[in-house]
Design a protein around this ligand. Structure first.
Ligand SMILES: [Fe+2]
Ligand SMILES: [Fe+2]
Length: 246
């Protein structure tokens, strides 16, 4: 039994691609076929694959339907995290998505998934991404209004993450792997409410995605930080090879 993770499939079987980078960058050429081939080679039926958000360009469940069925047809148990582009996933309707896709997909938010004696917990997360005003290579200012908005989103996501940890702990779990869509820290931080929560609950690893293209791959923590292993698993970073987490 193995645990794998990858993020940002950005599927578009029923919609148009809305990111220029996805159209231009060679890393995205035929990425669905490359990824499916890798999954079929690596992932066995008893394995678990966590998809760390940004699954579909579909704006609603109708437009995302084929993308979700395509994911459901991949080998192994599939656990999905909410990404910033997942418009089909109303944050208040996670339970109804879990009913709708029962036995096919599990939607991780305000809940957890058991992997042996480990609880897989997570939420979308959020990080302040600017706009920053740069002089030379130094950040000299940023948009205060955006920063205040970001603080509210971080607070709400931290509550959801705490609910996920609390649900797992209430069921007797003491080992955790934590998943976020957004990086745990902004480019200005080394610590955040998310890293603090990972430390408080003793998460063994923090897995995140969202960062696309060479210039963004080092936006946040990678490797050991305060005893916790941080790993970026965005699809283009991994070249569509699911990362073995355990
Ligand atoms: Fe993405
Ligand atoms: Fe994203």
């Amino acid at each position: 039994m193995s645990l794998y993770a990858i993020g940002d499939l950005h599927l578009h079987f029923q919609t148009l691609v809305k990111a220029a980078g996805q159209l231009r960058d060679p890393a995205w050429r035929d990425h669905e076929a490359v990824f499916r081939r890798n999954c079929k080679r690596m992932i066995r039926p008893e394995d678990t694959l966590v998809l760390a958000g940004d699954h579909s360009w579909g704006r609603n469940l109708t437009e995302a339907g084929q993308d979700l069925e395509w994911i459901a047809a991949l080998p192994g148990r599939k656990i999905l995290l909410r990404g910033n582009h997942d418009m089909f996933w109303d944050a208040k309707k996670t339970a109804s998505l879990n009913t709708l896709y029962a036995r096919k997909l599990f939607f991780l938010q305000n809940n957890y998934a058991a992997y042996g004696d480990i609880a897989l917990v997570g939420t979308k997360g959020y990080t302040f991404e600017g706009p920053f005003y740069v002089r030379g290579r130094r950040i000299v200012d940023w948009d205060r209004e955006e920063e205040r908005h970001a603080e509210k989103l971080v607070e709400r996501e931290a509550e959801r993450l705490e609910a996920s940890f609390a649900a797992a702990r209430a069921d007797g779990f003491s080992r955790f792997i934590m998943f976020l869509h957004y990086p745990p820290t902004s480019i200005l931080e080394r610590n955040s409410v998310f890293t603090a929560m990972a430390e408080k609950y003793g998460a063994e690893q923090v897995i995140y995605a969202h960062c696309h293209g060479e210039s963004r791959f080092r936006d946040s923590l990678e490797g050991r930080h305060h005893g916790i292993l941080y790993r970026l698993v965005s699809g283009d970073y991994l070249r569509w090879m699911p990362e073995k987490i355990l």
